[in-house]
Ligand binder design. Structure first.
Ligand code: ADP
Ligand code: MG
Length: 233
């Protein structure tokens, strides 16, 4: 079942938050409120830990949806600095690992990155793109509630004047129908997705003069590759 509440490419007005996101955020806040109410002394019998877990999960979800939407409605042009790919990976590792671990899957960064691969990037934006990818990968692994263990691999290789960043997972994979619409704003296959992560990611990569591609096999896994121009010395 696919949810796409808005037509492709429709501009979004700042004073007109899409109803679907408003609705989801309100849901999260309503659930959170209910659980906080249950934490009041007269109600607490058992399950305090469970209440706390749900409260945090719902608040995270609401923040996440607002963040996706804000990134989509307020694109900004990159503020570039020159960064080595190995540096980018180092910056990313801690957060990526905790994100993957929380979902019970392993994440492996390539051991040795060629040390001379420099790119001129908005570090914050490119980190955001890679975290979007990793989040999608963990969710795809989650969806498979699988017998084989979930694994995400992240690597980088030189390709002419570009560096290719590769994010590979052994999650649910993507059907051919979904593959064609993946980067459309508001396209999601998740019950509580915004469908904005990939749309924002592609915009950021385009702004950097790069490209983003995907290949996937349903039931096997998915590979995203992001090409960014190298700094030529
Ligand atoms: P959201 O995560 O909110 O659904 P995204 O733009 O991040 O929005 O992703 C859009 C859709 O692309 C997802 O709903 C999912 O169907 C698909 N997708 C993205 N990455 C993966 C992946 N690694 N494995 C399987 N499906 C994916
Ligand atoms: Mg996403």
């Amino acid at each position: 079942e696919l949810k796409s509440a808005y037509p492709k490419g429709k501009p979004v007005l700042h004073n007109n938050l899409p109803a679907v996101i408003m609705h989801e955020v309100r849901n999260s806040l309503t659930v959170t409120r209910g659980f906080i109410q249950l934490l009041q002394p007269q109600f607490v019998k058992v399950g305090k830990d469970e209440y706390a877990r749900v409260i945090l999960m719902e608040l995270d979800k609401a923040c996440e949806m607002l963040q996706d939407f804000m990134a989509y409605s307020k694109p900004r042009s990159p503020e570039r600095t020159i960064v080595d790919v190995s540096e980018l990976f180092k910056e990313l590792q801690l957060l990526a690992k905790s994100q993957a671990l929380a979902k019970g899957c392993r994440i492996e960064f390539m051991e040795e990155v060629e040390d001379s691969m420099e790119i001129s990037i908005d570090l914050k934006q490119i980190k955001q793109v890679l975290l979007n990818m990793i989040k999608n990968a963990t969710e795809a692994i989650d969806e498979l509630h699988q017998e084989r263990s979930g694994l995400i691999r992240i690597s980088a290789e030189r390709n002419g004047h570009f560096v290719k960043l590769i994010i590979c997972d052994n999650g649910s994979g993507i059907s051919a129908g979904a593959l064609a619409r993946l980067f459309e704003p508001y396209f999601t296959t998740k019950e509580r997705g915004t469908g904005l992560g990939l749309a924002v990611s592609r915009q950021i990569i385009n702004d950097h003069g790069g490209t983003i591609k995907v290949s996937s096999t349903k039931g096997k896994g998915t590979i995203f590759d992001i090409s960014l121009p190298l700094v030529i010395n």
